[in-house]
Structure formats: structure tokens, C-alpha cells
Design a protein. Structure first.
Length: 280
């Protein structure tokens, strides 16, 4: 076993126990021993309650998000990939899936968080595509919540994503996360901070394994309003740069969209420790 695989396996194993503590005992108990008189065979694998995955395609409606040189809109690309990922996740009958939006409509950031919380989601994945002044910059990156941004670019990105909703007429600046510090305290008490980091690292590792081009220092942190559910491990994935011509083209190609969805599904599998035999 290579060092990478061992570390990955350990991370997955460690995560299972952390998850059990963080999810309020919602993990299904192993099946109890069955009385001998019952001849009915038990299923080979005990059926756990399907995890609820909350997918959040960014932007929508009057908020197009980032724009590519050929006119590609972030809101369209991320919705297509979120739908692909929904299909991927549902195909194995092991997950339930909710989308923050399933149409080209705008949902305020706080409402996205509130919906995931109301549904008691087990995982929150926000899908985005970025833009950069330097058109050579390309590759995917993954973000988790932090009060202090890891670097200026991450801080600027979080400010952009948080502001996106506020530019829409009638929206107030209330989208700004004023409660990141508070949320982080609640998250660390519940183990959600560690779970979110593990989720982000799992996405990065799975992307790398599946040949998805990555931004250097792929896992970064900043104060994203949409990642502020205290109970739900959450990450925001920037799937590439629409400002880069190659990334823009790839993000509109159906084959590539589906490949990204498969890699994200494999990440979710790996996060829950259920993907050992499934490849993306
Ligand atoms: Zn975005």
C-alpha cells in the first residue's frame, strides 16, 4: 500500500468515527442478531439510512456568476453539473439528494443554508466556476469556511461570491457573513470543522486521481456565507476558471461535465467510506 493510499484510508477511517459523533447519532445501528426461528435471509450488506446530500449550484436567475470569454455563464454550467451529480448519486440507491435550485432562479445564500439545515442534510456541496484577471490561471479548487482567509485570492473570491447576491436589485448587503466566528465555534464543538476539511481534502485527492486539473494549494479557506451551517460538513468547489479559454471550453463539454460529476460522486463515496470498490 502506498503512503498516499494508507494516509487516505486512515483519513477515511478516522472520519467515520468523527462523523458518528458529529451527526447527532443519526448513523444507522448495525443490524441486530436475528432469532433462529426466522428463516428469512438478511441482506448481505446492512442497509444504512441513505445520506442526504445537499447540492448547491451557485448563482442563478439575474445573477449569472462568472462569465467566460465566449459568453459562458457560471450559473448554467454549475446547474448542469449539479444535475449530473444528482443522477450519479441517486443511481447507487445510497443517497438522497436535494438541490438548492433546480432551475435558472436566484436563491439567496442564507436561504440555501436554511434549506439544507431544515432538511438535516448530511453534506453540503456548493458548485461554482471562477474567473481571474490573469486568463492563464486555470484548474479546480476547493474551499472550506474560515474566519481568516488562507490568502488574498481566497479572501477576494469569498467576497465576490458573498456579494454576488447583493448586486441584485432589492437585495440588501445582509448576504455578508457576520457570523463566521460564531459559526466556527459551533462547528468545532460538533466536529463539523474537521469533517469539512476532510471533505475538501477528499475532493482534492479524488480530483487528482481522476485527472482533473487542479489549482496549486488546491484546498483553501475563507469566509463564505454559503458554508455557515454549524451541523453540516460543507465545501465549496470551484470547478475551473471561465476566464481561461481551455477551462471555459471544457466546462461546457457534456463529457467533461459528466466526468466532473463522476469525480464528485466518487468524492462523496470516499468521504462516507463507501467508495472502496467504485471508481469514478
Ligand atoms: Zn460562483
Amino acid at each position: 500500500m502506498s503512503d498516499f493510499r494508507r494516509r487516505h484510508l486512515l483519513a477515511v477511517l478516522a472520519g467515520v468515527s468523527v462523523l458518528g459523533m458529529g451527526s447527532g447519532g443519526a448513523l444507522a445501528a448495525p443490524s441486530k442478531r436475528r432469532p433462529k426461528s426466522m428463516a428469512k435471509p438478511t441482506p448481505a450488506v446492512p442497509m444504512a439510512k441513505p445520506k442526504l446530500i445537499f447540492l448547491d449550484p451557485g448563482h442563478g436567475g439575474r445573477d449569472p456568476g462568472a462569465l467566460g470569454g465566449r459568453g459562458t455563464q457560471e450559473k448554467t454550467v454549475v446547474l448542469a453539473i449539479a444535475r449530473d451529480l444528482q443522477r450519479e448519486l441517486l443511481a447507487g440507491n445510497r443517497y438522497r439528494v436535494l438541490l438548492s435550485r433546480n432551475t435558472d432562479s436566484y436563491v439567496p445564500l442564507r436561504e440555501r443554508v436554511a434549506r439544507a439545515q431544515a432538511a438535516r442534510a448530511d453534506l453540503f456541496l456548493s458548485l461554482h466556476a471562477d474567473a481571474h484577471g490573469d486568463h492563464d490561471v486555470r484548474g479546480a479548487s476547493v474551499y472550506t469556511l474560515s474566519e481568516e482567509a488562507t490568502d488574498r485570492e481566497a479572501a477576494a473570491l469569498a467576497a465576490r461570491e458573498n456579494r454576488a447576491g447583493a448586486v441584485i436589485s432589492g437585495m440588501r448587503l445582509s448576504e455578508q457573513p457576520d457570523n463566521v466566528a460564531q459559526t466556527l465555534v459551533a462547528m468545532s464543538q460538533r466536529g463539523t470543522v474537521n469533517d469539512s476539511r476532510r471533505l475538501a481534502d477528499t475532493v482534492v485527492a479524488t480530483f487528482a486521481r481522476n485527472g482533473v486539473r487542479l489549482l496549486p494549494r488546491t484546498h483553501r479557506q475563507a469566509g463564505f456565507a454559503v458554508l455557515t451551517s454549524p451541523e453540516i460538513p460543507a465545501a465549496l468547489v470551484e470547478l475551473g476558471y471561465l476566464s481561461n479559454p481551455q477551462d471555459e471550453k471544457l466546462l461546457t463539454v457534456r463529457q467533461h461535465q459528466m466526468a466532473l460529476a463522476r469525480a464528485l460522486r466518487a468524492s462523496v463515496d470516499a468521504y462516507f467510506g463507501t467508495g472502496a470498490t467504485r471508481k469514478a
